[in-house]
Design a protein around this ligand. Structure first.
Ligand code: 13P
Length: 254
């Protein structure tokens, strides 16, 4: 069985002091052996979170990385720099990065490869805009994102990947995909992975596929009850200790 991963994407929120306070408040939480928790924080908070959570199973990740090993890329952070911090995960291709920072499927693809080469698990985000869903093109939209994002990844590389389905119309809007809509897409994603990779047992059956988009304690149980949904990538509801802990409890019981 696949573990459930509850991953909080803090986006551009919290100071180091606030991050430490959050870590102190959540570090004692009980996790079942099928539940994994991760905090994906701004770069400035990663070292403090790693230190505060070092005796726990809570993982720490980043939200972006540059694919080049070093060089004249003002403002960017390399995979080696993340590795030095002991980062476990890194989000790649979040829709906000695609929308505001020009991230493309081609750059997503090279970032995935650069992270995996250093043993950091990418959390690849895919998802359609509202217009694509309204036109009934959501499955082809996400399918074509995936084919380019995953181009050239070997079976071995795929084993390290987590995929998050985040419909853009559900992010930060309070509007959640229904469990059926989310499960349909997560099932399609698993099917595409299965089509791209020969060893079905290892890849398609084991890869974790998360849902993201206004996921919160009120709707998490119904989403996590779906067979193809293996967790959540959670924005707003991961910023508060209470709701983050509640999501962990719901995952324990799923
Ligand atoms: P919200 O949970 O705030 O909708 O954000 C989802 C998201 O973008 C997580 O990466």
């Amino acid at each position: 069985m696949r573990n459930i991963l509850i991953a909080g994407n803090w986006k551009m929120n919290k100071t180091i002091a606030e991050a430490k306070e959050f870590a102190e408040a959540v570090k004692g939480c009980e996790l079942s052996k099928h539940t994994e928790l991760a905090i994906l924080a701004p770069f400035t908070q990663i070292a403090a979170l790693k230190e505060a959570l070092k005796d726990t199973d809570i993982k720490v990740g980043a939200q972006n990385v540059h694919h080049e090993p070093s060089g004249a890329y003002t403002g960017e952070v390399s995979v080696a720099m993340l590795k030095e911090l002991g980062v476990d995960y890194c989000i790649v291709g979040h829709s906000e990065r695609r929308q505001y920072f020009g991230e493309t499927d081609a750059t997503v693809n090279i970032k995935l490869k650069a992270l995996i080469a250093e043993g950091i698990s990418p959390i690849l985000c895919v998802g359609e805009p509202l217009a694509a869903r309204q036109m009934g093109q959501h499955l082809t939209f996400v399918g074509s994102q995936l084919v380019t994002d995953l181009a050239g990844l070997s079976d071995k590389e795929m084993e390290q990947l987590v995929i998050a389905y985040e419909p853009i119309w559900a992010i930060g809007t309070g509007e959640t995909a229904t469990p059926e809509q989310a499960a349909e897409m997560c099932g399609l994603i698993r099917g595409i992975v299965e089509g791209l990779y020969c060893d079905r047992d290892i890849i398609a059956e084991h890869i974790q596929i998360l849902y993201g988009g206004s996921m919160k304690p009120e709707n998490a149980a119904d989403l996590l009850a779906k067979e193809d949904i293996d967790g959540g990538l959670i924005g707003g509801a991961s910023l508060k200790v209470d709701s983050f802990l509640e999501l962990a409890t719901i995952a324990n019981e799923a």
